[in-house]
Design a protein around this ligand. Structure first.
Ligand code: PLP
Length: 400
């Protein structure tokens, strides 16, 4: 009989994937379901990027490439880091992997020894802890609060650091909260990190271009150049360019780390898809004019969702700075009873009851390590969002 490895037994499958699968199954049975659980933009990859991929096929760019990215794509990434983040990386300091997720995984596999600790503020993107566990490390969770916009506080960071701390993972704007760190907030965290030279920073900037109002995106190696030598600045084309299926993520960082990540890839995935790499060159070098308007669309949706959720009895929803998620508290409905007799004992019971009663699929906060909350992805039309939030209001009003 098959038995999975002890290492794999330490991790759980992605909860967001499970929520999406459940919603899809109910839809297939004919139920009227609004899925607010997906983590991808609802618009198509821009035409000029798709055309670049078709050209790449016709031009015969169909063979193995350099393992961690073509020279063209690495040059485009170096230019992007310089142009948008004021960060100077050479091609030898750049890694391209088959998606943002593998960039992080490769970094963990390349650097962690058994027992090494990785500080992960909660709530976190579902994959961080399990990637750390797969790589043999130990996640260390540091809770944040909605009152503080789910931002890690410097004192909490200081208290979590030990001699075994290898990494701090930062994600701004955040999945699942949408919260993004200001320059000053990053500077405060950097001051703590400067006192602990053994701690490296992995900053997941994949939602960089989805920030709202006059919020200005910053990344920590730019804010504190003294951390440059121990920061991996990770990004990707999935969210900003609506390219989730193309699987291209990248990072800039110290050359020894990048070399080690290439070694991991050389014995596992090899290079990312050659055609997707050509498309990513066009994404980074080509027209960027759709990014601002897309962010505006998401901002209007955020405002709609935050306003409607705050009108739902027992819910409380902070206004995040970016991404396409909100992370409302359902503390006010815990202990209440739904019309079908179930008691809302926790955030999981809340999202299960909501799916059962109103056909709205959201992800419970426990999956992101901070309860009692739930995550809504608003990467869908305003009409559907209005319908869904109306249903959430009705479900909350029905609780007694
Ligand atoms: C915070 C965060 N980081 C990384 C990723 C991974 O992106 P990719 O699809 O490029 O692997 C995601 C995708 O959902 C994400 O939300």
């Amino acid at each position: 009989m098959f038995q999975q490895s002890a290492t794999l037994s330490r991790v759980k499958p992605s909860a967001t994937g499970a929520a999406s699968a459940k919603a899809r199954a109910l839809k297939a049975q004919g139920r009227d379901i609004i899925a607010l659980d997906a983590g991808e933009p609802d618009f198509d990859t821009p035409v000029h990027i798709r055309e670049a991929a078709i050209r790449a096929i016709h031009d015969g760019k169909t063979r193995y490439t350099d393992i961690d990215g073509t020279p063209e794509l690495k040059a485009a990434i170096c230019a992007k880091f310089a142009r948008e983040n004021g960060l100077s990386y050479t091609p030898a300091q750049v890694n391209v992997s088959p998606g943002g997720k593998p960039v992080i995984y490769n970094a963990m596999v390349a650097s962690l020894n058994p027992g090494d600790e990785v500080i992960i503020p909660t709530p976190y993107w579902v994959s961080y802890p399990d990637m750390v566990l797969l790589a043999g490390g130990q996640p260390v969770f540091v809770p944040t609060t909605d009152a503080e916009g789910f931002k890690l506080r410097p004192e909490a960071l200081e208290a979590a650091i030990t001699p075994r701390t290898k990494w701090l993972i930062l994600n701004s704007p955040s999945n699942p909260t949408g919260g993004a760190y200001t320059r000053d907030q990053l500077a405060d965290l950097a001051r703590v990190l400067l006192r602990h030279p053994q701690v490296w920073v992995l900053t997941d900037d994949i939602y960089e271009h989805l920030v709202f109002g006059d919020f200005e995106f910053s990344t920590i190696a730019q804010v504190e150049p003294a951390l440059y030598e121990r920061t991996l600045t990770m990004n990707g084309v999935s969210k900003a360019y609506a390219m989730t299926g193309w699987r291209i993520g990248y990072a800039g960082g110290p050359e020894p780390l990048i070399t080690a990540m290439r070694k991991v890839m050389s014995q596992s995935t090899s290079n990312p898809c050659s055609i997707s790499q050509a498309a990513a060159v066009e994404a980074l070098n080509g027209a960027q004019d759709f990014i601002g308007p897309n962010a505006k669309v998401f901002e209007a949706r955020r405002d709609l969702v935050v306003s409607m959720l705050n009108q739902a009895k027992g819910l409380r929803c902070a206004t995040p700075e970016g991404a396409f998620y909100v992370y409302p508290s359902c503390e006010g409905v815990i202990g209440k009873r739904a019309p079908d007799g179930r008691t809302i004992t926790c955030d999981r019971a809340f999202t299960e009851g909501l799916l059962e009663a109103e056909g709205v699929s959201a992800v419970f906060g426990e999956a992101f390590g901070l309860s009692p909350f739930f995550r809504i992805s608003y990467a869908t039309s305003e009409a559907l969002l209005e319908d869904a939030c109306g249903r959430i209001q009705r479900f909350c009003a029905s609780l007694d």
